[in-house]
Design a protein. Structure first.
Length: 177
């Protein structure tokens, strides 16, 4: 439970900095308005659609069948940022498409995480177990966030190397190493 969201926990603190940083600093240079549209509208729509689809497919065929596809889907945020870091697109459409993919993948993959916590919490003290799972979920985002800044400083937040580094920590890819 602590490692499932590790790549996301490394991306969350630094991703907005990359999107907002000016082009001369290696960022995409989104204005505050464009950043708000991309994250607040496009991102939320992607997140909702991914979460709804994740719930639908898991309820239809079961989590066991969809666990690996959902785990792979949660790496889409990393792939989206690797694309943004290499391509450095200047059009709002290309950036918005990448942010949509990021949030869709997160919503779809996070459905598996939530369902796993629900299954794990079954038993006599399910409320307490679910509360512990939720605590682990929060801890899984806090601890890597402490190191995200240092990692970004070491390789550069606007560098594609940072996004590739985060991708390397993706738990869905560990079975390939």
């Amino acid at each position: 439970m602590l490692l499932f969201r590790l790549p996301e926990a490394l991306l969350n603190p630094v991703g907005p900095l990359f999107l907002r940083a000016s082009a001369d600093k290696g960022g995409l240079g989104l204005s505050l308005e464009s950043f708000g549209v991309v994250n607040g509208i496009v991102g939320v729509v992607g997140l909702l659609l991914g979460g709804i689809l994740g719930g639908l497919v898991a309820s239809k065929d079961g989590l066991k069948k969809w666990l690996w596809p959902m785990t792979l889907a949660i790496t889409l945020p990393n792939i989206a940022y690797v694309y943004l870091g290499f391509a450095m697109p200047s059009t709002l459409f290309a950036i918005g498409a990448a942010i949509f993919v990021e949030n869709f993948g997160y919503g779809f993959g996070f459905s598996a995480y939530m369902l796993f916590m629900l299954y794990f919490s079954q038993g006599e003290h399910k409320t307490s177990h679910y509360a512990l799972c939720t605590g682990f979920m929060a801890l899984s985002m806090m601890l890597p966030g402490l190191f995200a800044g240092a990692l970004a400083d070491a390789v550069g937040t606007t560098s594609s190397l940072f996004w590739l580094w985060c991708r390397a920590f993706s738990p869905s890819l560990w079975h390939l190493y």
